[in-house]
Design a protein around this ligand. Sequence first.
Ligand code: C2G
Length: 131
Amino acid sequence: MKRVITYGTFDLLHFGHINLLRRAKELGDYLVVVLSTDEFNWNQKQKKSYFTYEQRKAILEAIRYVDLVVPEENWDQKRTDMHKYNIDTFVMGNDWEGKFDFLKEEGVEVVYLSRTPDISSSQIKQDLNNK
Ligand code: C2G
């Protein structure tokens, strides 16, 4: 049972997120998604998500690739998460290329997957505002 983990806000879920989640799951048998809480988004990422944590969690839990959704509350939980969830592989989009290589010290494989071009939650909001 190969266990994979990824992190994010996943607001206004779109096909770029789905492409990431699908490829992450293809790397193993069980996918843990660590979902940014509303407080973490606001205090640490200066992001205000459209959907609340509970709404974003319910949406992610409905996706066939996702096995478990847990909260991301700070930037520093990743090291302990690797052991807490018995992770083999850590996956992020390559906009984060290199940023989490330190997790190799925790004995996990670190994989950056290509981002899906021309789609983002902020782009969606912008486009809708301009209609
Ligand atoms: N993503 C992607 N293609 C897009 C948009 C997003 O592959 N067009 C990927 C991102 O690279 C990321 C994941 O989808 O791996 C979630 O994206 P966000 O919700 O924007 O997450 P982010 O704000 O990058 O938060 O501790 C890490 C952070 O929580 C990551």
